[in-house]
Every structure is written in structure tokens, then in C-alpha cells.
Design a binder for this molecule. Structure first.
Ligand code: GLN
Length: 528
């Protein structure tokens, strides 16, 4: 069975198409269907791996090493599934495929054009997972009317024409703004946006309206009439205290039933509402722990989306609320500010900015026995910190920041030395590590062998392992016995650094052991 749900967006960007898609996916999964999600981003970058997080938020890494859009993370967490390279598509990657094919002479002398060659490749990718699931949810990034988005919209139009009407459900997500002066919700932007979509030849089956206030029936009727959709298919999504409330909000408006009706499919199992109740229980915790994330992008939470989610999920599992603050590593008053926190996390990152601040924060956590988790660059900074302050290797550094350092305790991976292109060339995706017994890592993972996602070019220099172990920093996991993957300090309530990215592995009902360990230690360390 191949059924498709297309999600497009209108009026403005950042309306949460990904969250709407993942929520509908969740409902259909609870109805017993196998759902997959494909993201199509109309920008020219081959993937978001080279983009500044300020532009794009976090880069989510799939287990097979794709550097992808953060929506795939939302999707993995909502549905507890794994995505792969197939789930993430960009205009850049699609054009590259077509151009490579042209260079190989596969187009047989034809003039290669947007229609049909680019649109054919997009359509091929729309159907890429059709044999692996019951329903593919296809999200087209950007906003209707964008120049770059046009080939994707055109491909979606053709795809509808070439498939049976009961196999396609089209959803348009728009904004219904509230005009304070007039005390009124306005439908005009939605009307214009749907008109634009219909000009392209796509008539939505459902309109999801992002709104600050409830839409009354008369407003829904107006949208339905002007936009040529059924009134019960005008659905509202209000801002919620947590994105995990959205599936239930959509369920109450019968979104899953409406989708199944049009797609002519019947529920495969009794709908289990346990997921909704579990989410509701999250809001009832009164106890809190305060976690400081010391990073570079302190004012953009989306840059650390999976870390944020992982901390919240772990806290909810321990029946507490995580109060997470993002502190700028460059802040002169950083150490003063850190005093009120029960735990400190230093996340991954690239480049020199803020490094010394991160190292100071780690000294503070180590000396004051504050629970600490270092992720990727955060782990590398903990190695630098211990090298300088305990092993007395003066000015020890990573060669990423000081190429001529006397003590290169972090150095470039051998396989990275001759890498010329920046995009997609890091050590990416899942790699195995073997954890030593009687270590913090072993007690958290309860396993000897683990597999975690990576995204880095540098590693802890094995030449310094001996000196650092003597100074008190122990390597407690290795990849293939050679690449250090986890470091720990004993005689500390919780001090652990990992070369990989555990944040991508957290699931709503399955918190990640490292985050759970951090929050549990934070609870013990609680200041007040
Ligand atoms: N910049 C470091 C490296 O490339 C760390 C990368 C990261 O934190 N993802 O090794």
C-alpha cells in the first residue's frame, strides 16, 4: 500500500510543519500504521551540515551519517524510529544527482531541464520509502511562493496527477494572525496562501491554522469557503506548553480519522491513549533541577534542540522538571552565573570562539563536584582542562585551535588529514564503542558494547592517554581498542565526556542513560 501525505506551508516560515507532520505521523502510528517521513528542503546546500546553526538550528545526524534537518530529530523522538539518508533531501542534492547523471551521459542527448528532469528526480524521491511503510509523510520546506520551492510544488502536483486521488492527502499549514487593535483573527493571509497553492495546481484537503486564539466555527467556515476545503478539515494548532501536546490536540479535531477517510484506509488497531496520559503527567512535576548548557549559540535554543529535548525527557522520567539555561561561553561573568546550577553540560561545536570559557566552566564543575556532561567538543574541552590543570601540560590544546601547541591532546583523526571538501566528510553516524567494566559509563549503559552517532574531525590523542590517566582522567570506552570514546573522573559525583552525540538517541519513552544519569546526579546535588 502506498499512501502519501504532503505538507506544505504558507504565510510565514517556522510554523512548525515538522511538528504537525510528526504529530499526524504519531496519530497514524497509534492507529497501527507504519509511517515514514521525508523532508524536502528547497535550498541549494547539499545538506545543512555546512550551515551556521543560527541559520538553520541544529544539524541532526542520522545513524547512517546524514547531516540533516532538525525535523528528522522531532520525527525520531515522536515515533521512536530511525531515519536515514533517504529521509533527507535538498534541492542541492537533487540537482547534484541530476547533474552527475548528465555528466555520465545518461540523458541521451536531451536538454536537461527543471521539468521533467529535476521534477522526475524529486518524484522518485517522494516514493523512495513506499515499499517500507504504509504512509509516507512528505514535508516540503519553505513557504509557498518561494522561487526555490517551485520545482518541489510542481513535482507534488504531477505526483498527485499520476497517483490515485485516494492515495494522496494534502495539508497546508498557515498562520491566522491576531490583530490586537481590531481584536480579530485574520483569515486573509491563509486565503492568499491557499490561492497561491491552487495556482500551482494543488488543492489542499486540510488546512492547519497556527493561531494564538481558538478559531470559532464562523471563522472556520470562512476559511473553508474561501479555500475550498471541508469545514471539519480546517484545523487549529494553538501554541502549547510542550510540542508533545500537539498530537492530542489534533486527535481531538479528528485529524487522523479525516486523513484515513480520504485515504480509504481503516485503523489497524485499537487506539491507545496511554501516550497522551504519559505526556500529561509531565506537566505535574513540582520539583526542578537547574541545568546550565555552556555553549556558543546561547540565544538560539534550536541550535541545541536535541540536547534540550534529551534533558527534558530524562528529567520527566525522573519525575522532575529541568530548568535549562543556555549560557554564553564567552560571558565574562560565566563562573559567577554558574553558581546556581545543579549540573553543567558543555555541548558540541566547532571553532575557537568560547573555548576558554568552556574550559573554565569545566574546571569549575570538576573542582566543585558539580555533575558534568561533555559532548563531543565538550568532551575534548574536558581533556584540555585536565591536561592543563591536573597533568600540568602547560597550554595543552586541540590542534583545531592551536596547530603548533606543544601538547596536542586533541588532534585531527588520521582519516581526516587529507579531506579537501568540508561537506559530509566528518566521521559521521553510528560507530561502536566498547565500555570498560566498573566505570560510570558501564553503570549507566549497563552494557559492554554501545553504538552512538558521531560528527567530528578531531579525537583525543592516544599518546597522552597515559599521562591523563595518571592525572585522574580515565578513558573508559574505546572504538576498536584505539579511539578514545568516553572519559571519566573518579571521586567526582558525575564527570563524564563523550566523543559522540548521545542527544540524537533520546526517545520520549526511552530517555538516554547519560542524560538520565546527569539529571539523577543533579538531583542529588540540588542547591535548594
Ligand atoms: N570541532 C570538534 C571536532 O571536529 C568537535 C565537533 C563536535 O562537537 N561535533 O572534532
Amino acid at each position: 500500500m502506498a499512501k502519501y501525505i504532503f505538507i506544505t506551508g504558507g504565510v510565514v516560515s517556522s510554523l512548525g510543519k515538522g511538528i504537525s507532520g510528526a504529530s499526524i505521523g504519531k496519530l497514524l502510528q497509534l492507529q497501527g500504521f507504519k509511517v515514514s517521513m521525508l523532508k524536502f528542503d528547497p535550498y541549494i546546500n547539499v545538506d545543512p551540515g555546512t550551515m551556521n546553526p543560527y541559520q538553520h538550528g541544529e544539524v541532526f545526524v542520522t545513524i547512517d551519517g546524514a547531516e540533516s534537518d532538525l525535523d528528522l530529530g522531532t520525527y525520531e523522538r515522536f515515533l521512536d524510529v530511525y531515519t536515514s539518508k533517504t529521509n533527507t533531501n535538498t534541492a542541492g542534492d537533487i540537482y547534484r544527482t541530476v547533474i552527475n547523471r548528465e555528466r555520465e551521459g545518461d540523458y541521451d542527448g536531451a536538454t536537461v531541464q527543471v521539468i521533467p528532469h529535476i521534477t522526475d528526480e524529486i518524484k522518485r524521491r517522494f516514493a523512495a520509502l513506499k515499499d517500507e511503510c504504509d504512509i509516507s509523510i512528505i514535508e516540503i520546506g519553505g513557504t509557498v511562493g518561494d522561487i526555490e520551492g517551485l520545482p518541489f510544488m510542481e513535482a507534488a502536483r504531477q505526483f498527485q496527477l499520476e497517483n490515485k486521488k485516494e492515495d494522496i492527502f494534502s495539508i497546508h499549514v498557515t498562520l491566522v494572525p491576531y490583530i490586537t487593535g481590531a481584536h480579530e483573527l485574520k483569515t486573509k493571509p491563509t486565503q492568499h496562501s491557499v490561492n497561491k497553492l491552487r495556482e500551482i495546481g494543488i488543492s489542499p484537503d486540510m488546512i492547519i491554522c497556527r493561531t494564538e486564539y481558538h478559531l470559532d466555527e464562523s471563522l472556520k467556515r470562512k476559511i473553508a469557503l474561501f479555500c475550498n476545503v471541508r469545514q471539519d478539515c480546517v484545523v487549529e494548532v494553538m501554541d502549547a506548553p510542550s510540542i508533545y501536546y500537539i498530537p492530542e490536540a489534533l486527535y481531538k479535531q479528528k485529524v487522523d480519522s479525516l486523513v484515513m477517510e480520504k485515504l480509504e484506509i481503516m485503523s489497524k488497531k485499537k487506539f491507545d491513549k496511554a501516550w497522551f496520559s504519559k505526556i500529561k503527567s509531565f506537566s505535574k512535576f513540582s520539583k526542578t533541577v537547574k541545568v546550565a548548557v555552556v555553549g556558543k549559540y546561547a540565544d538560539l535554543k534550536d541550535a541545541y534542540k536535541s540536547i534540550d529535548e534529551s534533558l527534558n525527557i530524562a528529567a520527566a522520567d525522573l519525575k522532575v522538571k529541568a530548568e535549562i539555561d543556555y549560557l554564553a561561553a564567552e560571558d565574562k561573568d560565566l563562573i559567577k552565573k554558574l553558581k546556581k546550577y545543579d549540573a553543567i553540560l558543555v555541548p558540541g561545536g566547532f571553532g575557537n570562539r568560547g573555548i576558554e570559557g568552556k574550559i573554565k566552566a569545566i574546571s569549575y564543575a570538576r573542582e566543585n563536584k558539580i555533575p558534568f556532561l561533555g559532548i563531543c567538543l565538550g568532551m575534548q574541552c574536558s581533556v584540555i582542562e585536565v591536561s592543563r590543570n591536573l597533568a600540568k601540560l602547560k597550554n595543552a590544546n586541540s590542534t583545531e585551535f592551536d596547530e603548533s601547541t606543544k601538547y596536542p591532546v586533541i588532534k585531527i583523526l588520521d582519516e581526516q588529514k587529507n579531506v579537501k571538501y568540508r561537506g559530509g566528510t566528518m566521521r559521521l553516524g553510528n560507530y561502536k564503542s566498547e565500555i570498560k567494566k566498573n566505570t560510570l559509563a558501564h553503570s549507566l549503559y549497563k552494557s559492554h558494547e554501545i553504538e552512538e552517532r558521531h560528527r567530528h574531525r578531531y579525537e583525543m590523542n592516544p599518546e597522552f592517554v597515559g599521562a591523563l590517566e595518571k592525572a585522574g582522567l580515565h578513558v573508559t570506552a574505546y572504538h576498536k581498542g584505539v579511539l578514545p570514546e568516553i572519559v571519566e573522573i573518579k571521586n567526582h559525583p558525575f564527570f563524564i565526556g563523550v566523543q559522540f552525540h548521545p542527544e540524537f538517541g533520546s526517545r520520549l519513552m526511552r530517555p538516554h542513560p547519560l542524560f538520565k544519569g546527569l539529571i539523577a546526579a543533579a538531583l542529588k546535588n540540588k542547591k535548594n
